[in-house]
Write a protein that binds this ligand. Structure first.
Ligand SMILES: [Mg+2]
Length: 175
């Protein structure tokens, strides 16, 4: 069950600020792409993503995309932004995240995995030994292959809420 228990529940990834990240000893963000950074059906990056990345860059916080999607999709969305990305990450298996930790010389204790799916992003993060942030999906719809995961995810989340009634989605890590 701990595999499915995110360390934080956050409304949006764009709420993360350098100050709160540093306070929580985080200097690297591994992030899902679809419905975490941009809508799953949106081919291009948003102005908001670009602006947020600039803030992270200026504050020496690394951001790396770890996506299960195809190279073509991920590259089109983020390669112009100059951030590294791993495609075909095979989440919930931990290998994509471990590859990112190794390749970019990251300390697992100072890295978080951010994503909108419990069964892929959060589970993979915990299997790879990093802390996790679950965010609300950017849009309510999902691609066909995500819909099945959502069905199970809703059941797990409902159990989780029953056991932890005080749990709520937060605006910031330290709220
Ligand atoms: Mg996603």
């Amino acid at each position: 069950m701990a595999l499915f228990k995110p360390n934080w529940l956050l409304n949006r990834i764009y709420n993360l600020t350098p100050t709160e990240l540093k306070r929580n000893h985080i200097n690297a963000i591994l992030t899902d792409l679809d419905n975490t950074l941009i809508a799953w059906h949106d081919p291009n990056y948003s102005a908001e993503l670009k602006a947020w990345l600039e803030v992270m860059h200026d504050n020496h916080i690394k951001v790396i995309v770890v996506s299960n999607n195809k190279k073509k999709r991920v590259a089109r969305a983020v390669s112009d932004l100059g951030i590294p990305f791993i495609w075909n990450a095979l989440k919930p298996l931990p290998f994509g995240i471990k590859r990112a930790l190794y390749r970019f010389d990251l300390n697992a204790d100072q890295t978080i995995m951010v994503g909108d799916q419990l069964l892929t992003d959060i589970q993979a993060g915990h299997l790879a030994g990093v802390r996790t942030v679950m965010v609300r999906p950017i849009v309510e719809t999902d691609s066909w292959n995500t819909k099945l995961n959502r069905f199970f995810e809703t059941r797990i989340m409902n159990q989780y809420y029953q056991k932890n009634p005080q749990t709520t989605w937060r605006e910031h890590l330290d709220d």
